[in-house]
Design a binder for this molecule. Structure first.
Ligand SMILES: [Zn+2]
Length: 290
């Protein structure tokens, strides 16, 4: 080393020029190098400062962005954003378009038909229609669970400003026989069979069935009938003889006639617009000798 300067950059710049003598040109060059290094250091310091500032305020900036939409978007716009279909739904629709889903099965469960002393149960649910009758001795009275659920439903209806009451509930075999014969005497047996069950074939003999308010077609379409159809399944009831299912149930549409089957079955039946015969895959036809 031929100079007394101990600065690292001099050593660095001159290590390949050890024999050269100091000169005015070289001093100038050294000053320029000094300046360049100083500017470089300032730039590096500025970059470090900038990075520090960005990190320090990053969370604040993010918070501002997160807060902004609820503050600035008017209620109307927000509602439309909320009701817009989510992305998953769009994906589902796309999938459906590509691969059509098979039609929903009407009978989602294996049906286990059990006949105990002439009384038919399918998956534990008592079945009465034109095919499945009840013996004359069968006299269970009103089912306490169905009665409790009915009262719960009436209370919920009252909360919605709808008044529901029971026009007709449990009937014995004998009471049904008298009723049916009376109808048949007026309208004839063929007509009576469309709206009244023969003794042993009425759901009213199960203690699980109730006629609500007005058991006639004047009840159809009333606010009470609409409420009943919309909410009965929540309490385990179904509209037992739905509109358009007359050929399957064997009975005319009865908007007032509800049957307790339990919430699970009731919800499936009502949500799918089917009748109990479709749900279990059973018929409702009187046999020849009845
Ligand atoms: Zn009825």
């Amino acid at each position: 080393m031929d100079n007394n300067d101990n600065e690292w950059f001099d050593d660095y710049f001159e290590e390949n020029d050890e024999q050269a003598q100091p000169s005015p040109q070289k001093t100038t060059t050294r000053h320029i190098r000094w300046g360049a290094v100083a500017i470089l250091v300032i730039i590096i310091l500025l970059i470090i400062l900038l990075i520090f500032l960005i990190n320090a305020f990053k969370d604040d900036i993010k918070e501002d962005i997160d807060k902004k939409p609820p503050k600035d978007i008017p209620a109307g716009v927000q509602t439309s954003v909320t009701t817009a279909p989510p992305t998953t739904d769009v994906t589902d629709t796309a999938t459906t378009t590509a691969e059509p889903e098979p039609p929903k099965p009407l009978y989602p469960v294996e049906t286990d038909i059990e006949v105990i002393d002439g009384v038919t149960y399918i998956n534990g649910i008592l079945i009465v229609n034109k095919t499945y009758g009840l013996p004359e001795w069968f006299d269970p009275g009103v089912d306490p669970v169905a009665q409790a659920k009915l009262e719960e439903m009436y209370a919920a209806a009252a909360d919605d400003g709808i008044t529901l009451w029971t026009a007709s509930g449990y009937r014995t075999y004998e009471e049904q026989r008298i009723l049916y014969e009376d109808y048949a005497a007026v309208d004839g047996y063929e007509a009576a069979d469309t709206y009244s069950a023969r003794p042993g074939h009425s759901e009213h003999e199960t203690g699980l069935t109730f006629d609500v308010n007005d058991p006639s077609s004047t009840f159809d379409g009333t606010p009470e009938a609409q409420w009943l159809e919309q909410h009965c399944a929540e309490y385990g009831f179904i509209i037992r003889y739905p509109q358009g299912k007359e050929d399957i149930t064997g009975f005319m549409y009865e908007s007032w006639h509800v049957r307790y089957v339990g919430e699970e079955v009731a919800k499936f039946v009502m949500e799918n617009g089917i009748c109990l015969e479709e749900y279990f895959g059973i018929t409702s036809v009187y046999s020849e000798n009845e």
